[in-house]
Design a protein around this ligand. Structure first.
Ligand code: HEC
Length: 253
């Protein structure tokens, strides 16, 4: 059991006879916001409580936007100036597969690896400020829903959720502004415009290195937590097992 890493699984994989996934998944076409299906409030320690496990993203040609129209300490900063933004923001990515479930790894008709994520899978992009007291800017989450599509939401700290995290429901690109003490105890001010909550899925559909996994935009899910991410092909599945005693990839037989 312990030796069931993803690489062994790769060897054991059989070609799925037919993977006509667009027939399988019939997305409901509605005007519902992309965050429909997500909880309104999450406790501040949600990721620890639910035993999320961190993973590394592949190097993205176009990394996920943190926002745009940045000003740091009164100075305009281009969204492409990643180094400067990283002096203010810290990012990490984490995943949780519901207990007792695993990801099914199959091959499509062109022999490319495809992951079938179980309902309830949650993948997180955590964006925090490099502040003295760690403060979350946004916890972005995607969650696999019963109907085969993914909900996309972004949470921020809010008093309305007992100091926990509240699902953002704004429209457009509202301005955001904060001041905090950085790790060196210096006051730092950050101004930006938040990203549009309706753009998440479209970008994940077109920008994922494994975009072939998603036959339609409605099915689009993880951008970097995909079978072509080299960081997930090594000891990562074992790391997940060690932290959760859960086998994350399902062998094909
Ligand atoms: C313009 C493109 C773009 C937009 C818009 C975008 N993302 Fe992403 N997202 C990415 C890319 C690229 C990655 C992986 C690499 C990285 O983080 O830089 C990613 C990573 C993630 C991850 C980490 C897990 C993974 O590998 O998919 C989550 C969760 C996520 N995004 C959620 C969201 C949510 C929620 C929104 C909307 C509020 C959103 N994203 C908007 C491009 C985008």
């Amino acid at each position: 059991m312990l030796s069931m890493g993803i690489s062994q699984l790769g060897l054991a994989q059989q070609r799925a006879v037919e993977t006509n996934r667009s027939d399988e998944i019939k997305p409901v076409v509605t005007k519902a916001p992309l965050y429909a299906g997500l909880q309104e409030c999450l406790p501040l320690n949600y990721l620890e409580q639910e035993k999320f496990v961190a993973f590394e993203e592949p190097v993205a040609e176009r990394p996920a936007p943190l926002g745009f129209a940045f000003e740091i300490n009164g100075e305009k900063v281009a969204a492409s100036n990643r180094a400067k933004l990283q002096s203010v923001f810290a990012e990490s990515q984490l995943v949780k597969v519901p207990h007792g479930k695993s990801i099914q790894s199959i091959r499509d008709e062109k022999d490319r690896p495809v992951w079938i994520y179980p309902t309830g899978t949650e993948v997180v992009h955590l964006i925090s400020f490099r502040s003295k007291e760690k403060t979350i800017f946004e916890l972005r989450m995607i969650r696999k829903l019963e109907n085969g599509t993914w909900a996309y939401g972004s949470y921020s700290p809010s008093l309305e959720c007992q100091q926990g995290l509240k699902l953002n429901t704004y429209s457009g690109v509202p301005p955001y502004e904060t001041t905090f003490l950085n790790e060196e105890n210096q006051a730092t001010s950050v101004k930006l415009k938040r990203i549009n909550l309706q753009t998440c899925r479209g970008c994940h559909f077109s920008d994922s290195p494994a975009d072939y996994q998603y036959k339609t935009k409605e099915e689009a899910g993880p951008c970097g937590f995909v079978p072509t991410n080299p960081h997930l092909n090594s000891s990562w599945a074992m790391d997940y097992f060690n932290k959760t005693t859960q086998i994350i990839f399902e062998p094909q037989n």
